[in-house]
Design a binder for this molecule. Structure first.
Ligand code: PMP
Length: 310
């Protein structure tokens, strides 16, 4: 590995200490593919497009899910949740980051893949570009999706609720198919034929002033962002329904958007070339994204407890 493999960051945290990313080397025979990870973001306080002090969004939700993923996959966590938080802080501070930063703890079994009693833990961090914030041109980019011919992994094959690298091969197939067919990305149906989620984020639809999102039983990753959206969207006057959605209901939505740590709040232009509503990005999607950006920046008192200072 080299700094390039760490998206240019100079330091990471590995197995107990901050080190140069050039020295974070492991054997190619390691079972990283059997590992788990988390994707977490720290945003600039005051304005997500600014620079300054960083707060981690949804730390508790992400770290609890990491522990659950480890348990489900039989991985040992050799550090405490507090130690991992200190690792993240030390790593961001050592890199001198003062702009929005992505945090991706990775855990994989040491030695034998079946019955390992110890794990490698690496915490890479790197800056990312947000599509949120006032006047951000990235937000309104066109995004044409298709319904994938690949179904989302079902929980009788692999646990979709664990954030395991293995699950992402499912997403990779759907993304490659979408690109091959001239689309930007895809929506998965679950094994029953109901709408599941996006390839790397959860899905929300707007119909008649209501926001609808698919349930955990539709093989989705139990998203931290989705949970927050379900909590805060009613503040804006829109009720949220969590229920199964059919493919045609998705087509007939007024607006649709992705929500997730990576996806933030990403408007979708069309699915299978069927456009949503009359304007793009949809007005309710835009309102939700603006409010979310304020929450992330720590400007909404009610949700300041979702932020953990670096
Ligand atoms: N679904 C999938 C498949 C994902 O990869 C992600 C990103 N982690 C999400 C949903 C959104 O989850 P979260 O809000 O916890 O990032």
């Amino acid at each position: 590995m080299s700094a390039a493999g760490f998206h240019g960051s100079k330091y990471c945290w590995m197995n107990g200490k901050v080190m140069s990313t050039d020295q974070a080397l492991v054997s190619p025979m390691e079972s990283i593919h059997l590992g788990i990870f988390e994707g977490i973001k720290a945003y600039v306080e005051g304005d997500v497009l600014g620079e300054g002090h960083l707060n981690i969004f949804g730390w508790k939700g992400h770290i609890d899910r990491l522990w659950r993923s480890a348990e489900v996959n039989g991985l040992v966590m050799p550090y405490s949740k507090d130690e991992l938080l200190e690792a993240v802080r030390a790593c961001i501070i050592r890199n001198d980051y003062t702009k929005n930063t992505y945090i991706q703890p990775r855990i994989w079994p040491k030695g034998s893949w079946s019955g390992s009693t110890d794990s490698h833990v690496v915490v890479p961090v790197w800056p990312f570009e947000t599509l949120l914030g006032k006047g951000n041109p990235l937000f309104g980019e066109k995004r044409r999706f298709m319904v994938s011919s690949w179904r989302r992994i079902s929980s009788d094959a692999l646990p979709p609720q664990a954030k395991s690298w293995a699950n992402y091969l499912n997403s990779m197939h759907a993304i490659r198919e979408a690109r091959r067919c001239g689309y930007d990305n895809a929506v998965f149906l679950d094994s029953r034929g109901f709408v599941s989620e996006g390839t790397l984020a959860c899905l929300m639809m707007v119909r008649d002033g209501k926001v609808i999102t698919t349930p955990v039983t539709a093989s989705i990753l139990e998203s931290v962002t989705r949970g927050a959206f379900i909590d805060f969207i009613p503040d804006l006057g829109y009720p949220v329904e969590v229920r199964d959605v059919t493919r045609v209901e998705l087509y007939a939505s007024d607006e649709a958007f992705l929500c997730g740590t990576g996806g933030e709040c990403t408007p979708i232009t069309s699915v299978d070339d069927i456009k949503f509503g009359s304007g793009y990005p949809g007005p309710i999607t835009s309102e939700i994204a603006d409010y979310y950006a304020e929450i992330l920046a720590g400007n909404v008192d009610k949700y300041k407890n979702w932020l953990t200072p670096v």
